[in-house]
Ligand binder design. Structure first.
Ligand SMILES: [Zn+2]
Length: 100
């Protein structure tokens, strides 16, 4: 029986760094912004922040670092029945998620 919380990705679908196309990308953190209420999951902890609400709709950012040192996020923004997506190149320190 399928379980959403226990399922994973197909092993042949490898994401590449948008800067250098390296396939060795480390998952760092996840950020969810709902009207300026931000939840950030990374480094073994969950943090909540309040920020200025500059956008309409929910924004989800999944943050990665490739083994060549590029840091980027996959951005999803939902508004009025449409989900917009983008790659965002980042700089600065971000806590890495647990890995096995
Ligand atoms: Zn890269």
């Amino acid at each position: 029986m399928y379980n959403f919380y226990e399922s994973g990705a197909k092993p042949d679908n490898v994401m590449c760094c948008p800067v250098c196309e390296c396939q060795n990308c480390h998952l760092h953190s996840v950020m969810i912004n709902q009207g300026g209420e931000v939840m950030e999951i990374g480094g073994g902890r969950v943090e909540n922040h309040k920020v200025e609400n500059l956008h309409r709709g929910a924004i989800v950012k999944v943050i990665f670092t490739c083994e060549d040192g590029h840091r980027f996020s996959k951005v999803f923004q939902f508004h009025k029945g449409v989900t917009f997506t983008d790659d965002e190149i980042l700089s600065g320190d971000i806590n890495e998620l647990w890995r096995d």
